[in-house]
Design a protein around this ligand. Sequence first.
Ligand code: URA
Length: 235
Amino acid sequence: MERLDKFLCDSGAGSRSQVKLLLKQGRVTVDGLPEKDAARKIDPAANAVCLDGQQLGGRVRTVVMLHKPAGYVTATEDRQQKTVMELLPEQWKHLELKPVGRLDKDTEGLLLFTNDGQLLHRLITPKQEVPKVYYARHEGQATPEDVEAFAQGLTLRDGTVCLSAVLEPLGAGESRITVCEGKYHQVRRMMASRGMTVTYLQRQQEGPLGLGSLKKGQSRLLTAEEIAALEEGAL
Ligand code: URA
């Protein structure tokens, strides 16, 4: 059971104060009967709540993909710096989306958000092994020895041991890196441990999802099929 005003907010009907007004104006019905009491308890699975005759669905499970530009920190709030939340459209505010894992301030690329706590947990638990693919520009040149060291599982300069990862040299100072965990500054630190300082980093893929034609700074909702594929990979 939950409060009617919360259910209305979660459904995207408006802010707390807008919802109050809607109720006052008699535009909300519960099981066909007008309801003005914001504190009325409803069961979203059993009661039909309508706004202007349209049934509302409560807080729908949502997953969003953002093409993160550099310069934004992955956090829900920050006093000093711009956060990735500022890049999401205003109309998704009520969905209470949270970033899935994090990208460094200077890293660009694919960042997911969801309001599904379980999915969030599954995706950020390293043992679930959702592969993440990065494109890096870096100093130096990746050698066959570096490729082998990544495959073996690198030990970082501070002694942190990484799971086996795939390093694919793409050309002079360019590589693709696939990792199945999300340690702090992981790719940058892995590359640095082999003497290759990363100068640009972009996440191109997470599990079955790629950036596609999504432009820097743009975001979009995932389809039901994409969410299903993501969940399958994270099971
Ligand atoms: N590895 C990094 O070093 N930085 C990121 O943002 C993501 C992976």
